[in-house]
Design a protein around this ligand. Structure first.
Ligand SMILES: [Zn+2]
Length: 244
């Protein structure tokens, strides 16, 4: 299968939490390279300082409804990153996954049909168990892989775009990460990080720097040429649902 307009592979990037600082730092890079972004939002914390004690991003201001609508107007997309960023369990899935979608749709006054698992993949099975009934069409995980046209939309893999990866390898940043795999297999790369900052990542295992973000986009454009479809995940999910 080919992708939209005969493209051979797909590139997307997502930012968990939706920090307001994306506007100052990442957004100009997105505009320069023609890459639409995507923010995964904690439903109960729109336009407020992040309240997730222990998180590297605790206290950072989160995008407001108006700021999110301005991003959507230039092609960005959104997903629901749970109600409170608690790890999803069978006991809290009704609140963190099902109710969170309604809360976020009301807060933003727009449809939300992708769930983004908070924390680690331990929350994926309980989220999966309720996602379709909740009205989600896709789930973003942090299983590190590419997707293909056959991938289960309720188990989308994402590629961590981070300055360094955890022990024991401490793998160095690679601007080519999984791009040639996606090219060879006609796949779909969904990068994820949080809030790239100039010079130094907020956390080397959770983010890249702004310079590394720009290097990634430049690499996608250079190796992708005319063959890459650069799109945010809601658009790709809609395309797959229409063409399967
Ligand atoms: Zn998160």
């Amino acid at each position: 299968m080919t992708w939209k307009d005969g493209k051979r592979w797909v590139y997307s990037i997502t930012y968990d939490e939706g920090c307001q600082a994306l506007l100052e730092h990442a957004l100009p890079v997105h505009r320069r390279y023609g890459v639409p972004g995507h923010v995964a939002l904690v439903a109960s914390q729109i336009g407020a300082p992040r309240n997730v004690p222990g998180s590297s991003y605790d206290g950072m201001m989160i995008l407001s409804k108006e700021e999110i609508h301005a991003l959507v107007a230039e092609g960005w997309g959104v997903s629901c990153h749970s109600m409170t960023h608690a790890g999803v369990t069978p006991a809290n899935a009704e609140y963190e996954v099902v109710q969170a979608r309604k809360t976020l749709e009301e807060a933003l006054a727009m449809p939300v049909t992708i769930f983004c698992v908070p924390g680690n993949n331990d929350g994926y099975p309980p989220a999966y168990a309720v996602a379709a009934r909740a009205g989600y069409r896709a789930i973003l995980t942090i299983y590190d892989d590419i997707n293909t046209a056959e991938t289960d939309l309720l188990r989308l893999a994402r590629v961590p775009l981070h300055t360094e990866y955890p022990p024991p390898f401490y793998s160095a940043y690679d601007p080519y990460k999984r791009l040639h795999q996606a090219i060879d297999r006609g796949g779909w790369v969904i990068d994820y990080c949080h809030c790239p900052m100039p010079g130094k990542p907020i956390h080397p295992w959770k983010d890249c720097t702004l310079e590394q973000l720009e290097e990634r986009f430049a690499t996608v454009r250079r190796v992708g040429g005319d063959d890459v479809w650069v799109a945010e995940p809601n658009e790709v999910v809609a395309y797959l649902l229409a063409h399967r």
